[in-house]
Design a protein around this ligand. Structure first.
Ligand code: MN
Length: 473
C-alpha cells in the first residue's frame, strides 16, 4: 500500500491473514483509480471477482475499515488547537441500480437510495483531518417523514425522529473532545441542526463538567425567548442589540456577478423558552446568538442574513467574527460530498445489498478525505518534501512526465512542485488571477497520475531507462 494508506490503516486487523491481504489489494486498486468503475481498477477478471467476493464476505463490518481511519483522525486532531467537526446529510441515489437490495426512500419517494450523515473534522484553515463518525440511514415510509417543525411530531421522543442523527453526531464530537483534551472541538451544523436537544445536551454536559464540544448552529426557527417582557422572539432581540461592527467580503456565486457584501454584526445572549407538549419538558437553555445582516442588498437580490447560535463566548466584535468565520468552513462538507459523488462516482457503484455497499462507501469516504487533504496540505505546506503525500514512484512518474528529457533528481522535490504537476495533469492552468487549484482538478490529476504510473510499472525497461540518464549526442 502507499505510505499514506499505511498510516491510515495502521490499526486495521480483519482477524484473517488472507482477508488482510485482500483488503490491501482492494483498497490500493480503488485508491489508485479514483473515480473509475471497479472493472477498470483491476487487470484481470479474477481480480475483479475477488474484489466483489471481498465485499460480500459476511464477517466484514464497515467499522472494521472505519475505526482505523477514525483513530488516525483523532491523532491528527490532537495536533490541532482547534478542530471543527462538521455534520451534514447528503442523499445517495441508487434508483437506477435496481438490483441493490434493501435500499430506502429518498426525498422524492420515487427515488431509492440511502442517506449519509458524516462527521467531518477539519482545521480552522480548512485542512481536512478525517471523519469521526459515519451514519448511513434509511427512510422506509413516506408517512414517517419528519416535517421538521410540525407540532404533531414535537411530542415524540427525539430518539424516534430522523433528527436524532444530529444528536448522535454531536455526541460523537463530544467523544472526540473527551479523547483530545488539549484541542477545542467545535461542532457545526446548518439549519437542519437547529434542534433544542443539541443545546440542552451541551448545557447539561457543561454543567456536569464533562468534556463538551462547542456548538455553532445556523438558526432555522425564530424561537420564542424566555423573556420577562413576554412574547419577544430571537430575531427581534438580535436586531435590538448594539452593533459590534461590520464585515465586508466579495460574494462569488455561480452564474452571478461577483458583488461586494457589507454586513452589520450584532450579538446577544438569549434564553429559550421551550414549549413541549411531552411529559418530560426540556429545561430552558441559554446560548449566544450572532446576527450578520446585509446593509444594502442590490435591488434584484435577496438580503444576505445569517443567524448563528453558539455556545462559544461572545464578548466583542472579534469573538463574533470568529464564530462567523468558523461557520463559513461548513462549506467544506459540501465539497466533501461533491468529491464523493462527482469525483469518486459513488452513486454509480453497485453491490448486492445496501449494507455491502456501505462497506465500499466507507473506503471511498476515506479516499475522498485523501483527495481533499492532498489539495489543502499542498496549498498550505508547499515547502515540505513531496514524499509527505506522494510515494517515490508517484513523484518520479509525475516529474518525468513534466520534464521528459531530464534526469530524475535524487532528492525528492518540494510538495508544491509535484502538486503543481499533478493539477496540470488534472487540467489546471495557473495564472496570477486564478484561484488556487481545487478538489476537482486534484482528483482528476491523481487519476491521471495513476494512469501514467501504470505505464511505468508495466514497462520496467522504460522505468529503468528513466532512472538512468545518458546523452545520445
Ligand atoms: Mn444540510
Amino acid at each position: 500500500m502507499t505510505s499514506w494508506a499505511n498510516v491510515e490503516f495502521a490499526s486495521l486487523d480483519l482477524h484473517d491473514k488472507r482477508l488482510n491481504e485482500r483488503f490491501e489489494q482492494v483498497f490500493s486498486a480503488l485508491n489508485n483509480n479514483p473515480g473509475k468503475p471497479i472493472t477498470q481498477c483491476f487487470q484481470t477478471h479474477n481480480e475483479i471477482a475477488s474484489c466483489y467476493r471481498f465485499f460480500s464476505n459476511q464477517y466484514l463490518k464497515s467499522s472494521d475499515f472505519f475505526l482505523p481511519h477514525r483513530a488516525a483522525t483523532i491523532t491528527r486532531i490532537k495536533e490541532q488547537k482547534i478542530a471543527l467537526c462538521i455534520n451534514d446529510t447528503s442523499s445517495l441515489d441508487y434508483t437506477t441500480k435496481s438490483s441493490i437490495e434493501d435500499l430506502g426512500l429518498l426525498e422524492a419517494s420515487s427515488r431509492r437510495g440511502l442517506f449519509l450523515h458524516p462527521l467531518l473534522a477539519i482545521s480552522p484553515d480548512r485542512i481536512p483531518l478525517g471523519t469521526l463518525h459515519l451514519n448511513f440511514w434509511k427512510r422506509y415510509e413516506v408517512s414517517n417523514r419528519e416535517t421538521t417543525c410540525g407540532w404533531t411530531r414535537i411530542a415524540e421522543p427525539i430518539e424516534k425522529k430522523e433528527s436524532f442523527r444530529w444528536l448522535i453526531g454531536y455526541r460523537e464530537a463530544c467523544k472526540a473532545a473527551e479523547e483530545c483534551s488539549d484541542t477545542q472541538i467545535i461542532y457545526l451544523a446548518d439549519r437542519e441542526g437547529d434542534i433544542m436537544e443539541l443545546f440542552v445536551e451541551a448545557q447539561n454536559r457543561k454543567s456536569n463538567n464533562l468534556p463538551t464540544a462547542e456548538l455553532i448552529i445556523r438558526s432555522r426557527h425564530n424561537r420564542l425567548l424566555d423573556d420577562p417582557d413576554q412574547g419577544k422572539k430571537l430575531h427581534e432581540q438580535l436586531h435590538e442589540s448594539p452593533e459590534l461592527g461590520k464585515i465586508k467580503y466579495k460574494l462569488n456565486r455561480k452564474g452571478k456577478k461577483t458583488r461586494e457584501v457589507s454586513q452589520t454584526i450584532k450579538a446577544c445572549k438569549v434564553t429559550f423558552h421551550v414549549k413541549r407538549p411531552s411529559k418530560s419538558p426540556l429545561p430552558a437553555v441559554t446560548i449566544n446568538a450572532v446576527l450578520a445582516y446585509e446593509d444594502t442588498p442590490p435591488k434584484d437580490e435577496a438580503r444576505i442574513v445569517w443567524v448563528l447560535l453558539t455556545t462559544l463566548p461572545i464578548e466583542d466584535f472579534e469573538d463574533a467574527k470568529k464564530v462567523i468565520c468558523y461557520y463559513t468552513c461548513r462549506w467544506e462538507i459540501e465539497l466533501f460530498f461533491k468529491v464523493l459523488k462527482s469525483g469518486l462516482n459513488v452513486e454509480q457503484r453497485g453491490l448486492k445489498t445496501a449494507s455491502k455497499l456501505e462497506l465500499m462507501l466507507v473506503l471511498f469516504i476515506i479516499i475522498a478525505y485523501r483527495v481533499m487533504a492532498t489539495c489543502m496540505i499542498s496549498r498550505f505546506f508547499p515547502e515540505l518534501p513531496c514524499t509527505v503525500l506522494f510515494t517515490d514512484m508517484e513523484w518520479k512518474a509525475a516529474w518525468s512526465w513534466n520534464n521528459r528529457k531530464k534526469t530524475i533528481p535524487k532528492k525528492p522535490p518540494l510538495l508544491k512542485e509535484i502538486y503543481q504537476i499533478v493539477t496540470r495533469m488534472g487540467g489546471y492552468m495557473s495564472s496570477k488571477t486564478r484561484s488556487p487549484p481545487g478538489y476537482i482538478v486534484t482528483w482528476r490529476g491523481l487519476t491521471r497520475l495513476q494512469d501514467i504510473l501504470e505505464g511505468w510499472e508495466t514497462h520496467e525497461d522504460y522505468t529503468s531507462f528513466m532512472e538512468v540518464s545518458f546523452d545520445v549526442n
